[in-house]
Design a protein around this ligand. Structure first.
Ligand SMILES: [Mn+2]
Length: 478
C-alpha cells in the first residue's frame, strides 16, 4: 500500500489515484552500491541485442493478440498495475547528436534498470520516419562503424506511441535528449516527460523534471558530452573493457563499450567542427570528455584486439596445434610444444575427441609426443584468475605408431622420463597432477591411444622458454 501511494503521488500525471506504478528513478545519478555491484558482475549487452530486446518487449506490451495478457502477467509478477515504457526522443532533426544520445542513454539506463525487473522499459527513438534515415548519411555510416544495425534502430513511424499510451498496463513516459521543447505534434505527451538532457538554451518547460533532479540542461558543444559525463561519473564500468560482452562470431562488431565511445566521440567532432578553435563551439566539459574518449578508445581498442587474438573458440584441435607451435628437432625424439590460449576444460568441451585428434596430428607429422602449454584467464564470474596447465600426450606403441629409430625408449618409458623431468623440483614448474581438468569421457576416448598426463601449473611465470630447453636437455641424455 505504501509503495503504491508513494509511486502515484510522485508521478504527476498518473491519472487514477490507486495506480501502482514503478517507483521513480534517478536517471542521471549513481545507482545504489548494491545495484552497482550487480551491474559490475555482468557484461553489458551488444547494441543489436539491446535493440532486439526492446522491440521484443514492445511487441509483448502493445502489438498483436494476447499481448494484453502478457503485459498483465508482467505487471502481476511485479505487483504493479502498469509498467513504465519510457520513450527517449531526440530532436526532429535526427542528427548524430540526437540519435546517438537516444540510443546510448536508453542502452545505459536499461543496464542500470533492466526490464522487466525494474518496471521500466527504455525505448530509444529516432524522432523521424525511417524513410528519412537516408538524409543522415553520417549517422548511417557511424552506426555501421560502431556495429549498430540500422534495421534494428527504432524510428518514430514504427512505434505507435499513442496506442502505447492507451494500453491498460502501460504507463507511457518520455525523456527528451538534445532538445528541451517538444514539437507541437508531440505536445500531448508534455506531462509525461520525466527527464531532460540537453545542451540548448533552456526553455524551462516540464518543471516536473526539476523536482526529481532528472534534468540536465547545460550549454556545451554536444549533447553527447552531457551524456558521457553522466556515464563516466556514475557507472564508468559500462564503458570499460571489463564490461565487454562475449565475442559474437556470427556478426563481428566492436564490443558495445567501444562502439559507444566511437559514437560519442564522432558526434563531438561533428558538433564542434572537429573541436575548432575558430568556431569555438566546444566548452571545457567537451574538452574534458574528448580527453576521456581518447584514453578509453585506446584501452578499449587494445583490449578488444587482444581478446580476439586470444580467441581460439573457432579453431579445431588440428588448428590449435598449428597456431603457436615449436618443434623439437632431433631424429630420435621429434616432438611439438604448442602454446594454447585456452583452458583444457573449454577445449575438451568443444572437442571431446581432443586426445585422439592430438594423437592423429602427432602421428601424421611423425613425431613421438606433444606437450600442450595452456594459459587462460578465468571469466570475471569464475574469479578472473590467470591459470596455466600442461597436457602431455605420448602415443602408445602399436602397429601404426610413429616409427622409432633403433635404440630409443618405448612410449611408456619415454612418457615416464618426460613426466619426471617436468615434475622435478629443480624444473620449478610447481605442477599438480589434475586429471579432472579433462572430463572422464575425453580420457576414455584417448585411453587406448596414448599415455596422458594433465597438470595444473602453479608457477605462472614458467612458459615454453623453460619447457623447450628442459625437453632438449632431457632428450639428449636418453
Ligand atoms: Mn545537439
Amino acid at each position: 500500500m505504501s509503495a503504491s501511494t508513494s509511486a502515484s503521488t510522485s508521478n504527476p500525471s498518473s491519472s487514477s489515484s490507486g495506480d501502482r506504478l514503478p517507483a521513480p528513478l534517478s536517471l542521471f545519478k549513481a545507482p545504489s552500491a548494491e545495484r552497482m555491484a550487480e551491474i559490475e558482475a555482468n557484461h553489458v549487452p551488444p547494441f543489436n541485442a539491446f535493440l532486439d530486446s526492446v522491440r521484443g518487449c514492445l511487441k509483448e506490451l502493445v502489438a498483436g493478440s494476447g499481448s494484453e495478457a502478457e503485459a498483465a502477467a508482467i505487471c502481476q509478477k511485479l505487483n504493479l498495475d502498469r509498467v513504465s515504457v519510457v520513450v527517449i526522443f531526440g530532436n526532429e532533426a535526427c542528427d548524430a547528436d540526437s540519435q546517438v544520445c537516444a540510443l546510448v542513454l536508453a542502452w545505459y539506463l536499461s543496464i542500470l534498470y533492466p526490464f522487466p525487473q525494474s518496471g521500466y522499459l527504455f525505448v530509444p527513438m529516432t524522432n523521424c520516419p525511417r524513410s528519412q534515415s537516408v538524409l543522415r548519411a553520417d549517422v548511417l555510416y557511424l552506426f555501421r562503424q560502431a556495429g549498430v544495425d540500422v534495421a534494428r534502430v527504432l524510428y518514430e513511424d514504427e512505434v505507435d506511441v499513442k496506442a502505447l499510451s492507451g494500453r491498460q498496463n502501460v504507463d507511457l513516459r518520455v525523456i527528451l535528449v538534445d532538445h528541451n521543447n517538444m514539437r507541437a505534434s508531440q505536445e500531448w505527451m508534455a506531462d509525461r516527460v520525466i527527464g531532460v538532457l540537453d545542451h540548448h538554451r533552456d526553455d524551462k518547460l516540464y518543471p516536473q523534471t526539476e523536482a526529481t533532479g532528472n534534468r540536465i540542461v547545460q550549454v556545451v558543444g554536444s549533447c553527447t558530452t552531457l551524456l558521457a559525463d553522466v556515464i563516466f561519473r556514475n557507472v564508468p564500468y559500462v564503458l570499460s573493457a571489463d564490461a565487454f560482452p562475449p565475442i559474437d562470431h556470427s556478426n563481428p562488431v566492436p564490443a558495445s563499450p567501444l562502439g559507444a565511445i566511437m559514437m560519442l566521440h564522432a558526434t563531438l567532432l561533428l558538433d564542434t567542427n572537429n573541436l575548432s578553435p575558430v568556431t569555438q563551439k566546444n566548452r571545457p566539459l567537451d574538452d574534458a570528455m574528448y580527453a576521456k574518449y581518447m584514453s578509453a578508445f585506446r584501452s578499449l581498442d587494445y583490449s578488444d584486439l587482444k581478446r580476439r587474438r586470444a580467441d581460439v573458440s573457432q579453431l579445431d584441435t588440428t588448428q590449435l596445434l598449428q597456431k603457436d607451435t615449436k618443434y623439437g628437432q632431433g631424429d630420435e625424439y621429434p616432438h611439438l610444444i604448442a602454446s594454447i590460449p585456452d583452458s583444457l576444460q573449454a577445449w575438451s568441451k568443444r572437442d571431446v575427441n581432443l586426445l585422439p585428434n592430438i594423437v592423429r596430428r602427432v602421428k601424421e607429422q611423425n613425431l613421438r609426443f606433444a606437450i600442450c602449454l595452456l594459459a587462460y584467464t578465468q571469466s570475471k564470474k569464475e574469479g578472473g584468475k590467470y591459470h596455466r596447465q600442461i597436457l602431455v600426450v605420448v602415443p602408445k606403441d602399436g602397429p601404426d605408431a610413429p616409427k622409432q629409430p633403433e635404440g630409443t625408449l618405448d612410449a611408456a618409458k619415454l612418457f615416464d622420463e618426460i613426466r619426471r623431468a617436468l615434475e622435478q623440483k629443480e624444473a620449478n614448474f610447481d605442477l599438480v597432477e589434475t586429471p579432472d581438468l579433462l572430463p572422464e569421457e575425453a580420457h576414455a576416448r584417448g585411453k587406448d591411444l596414448a599415455h596422458v598426463a594433465v597438470y595444473e601449473q602453479r608457477n605462472l611465470h614458467a612458459t615454453r622458454k623453460q619447457v623447450a630447453p628442459l625437453m632438449e636437455q632431457l632428450l639428449s641424455k636418453l
